[in-house]
Design a binder for this molecule. Sequence first.
Ligand SMILES: [Zn+2]
Length: 160
Amino acid sequence: MDKKFLCDATCHRLARWLRFLGIDTEVTSEYRVHPLLRMVDKSGRILLTRNRKFVEEKNPRVYILNSDFVFEELKEVIEQFNIKNPSLFTRCTRCNEVLKKIDKEKVKGKVPYFTYRHFDEFKICPRCDKIYWQGSHYELIKKRLVKEGIWEILFSHQKR
Ligand SMILES: [Zn+2]
């Protein structure tokens, strides 16, 4: 999976979910067509947008979302770009940076005591220092993806 995305101002929630999936997704508050097209050219990313003005541009590096519900958008992107078996929870949802492993001793005092006691594997964002672990938040996200039928699309081929 080497596709990289750029979400414009119309789909920031989608960006967060793509990052949960570990997919390289930058966001921008830019919404004007031409500046966005320049950003796409420069970055090599695919623009995701709900802005119908892009229809006229017919640019292959722009994907116009049909839905305005975040899980439907996520399904569209997964199907359109054939995303399979992504590395979940490997990216910071705040800044898109790839997370790095951090020794348990180093997070002492930086995460809730309960968390420190019950988890052994921690990751940190090298940019914003946010600490991640596979706790209840992780389970909730996974459950939501299952409920929305997205988990099945992502990992269905493993059942065979
Ligand atoms: Zn971060």
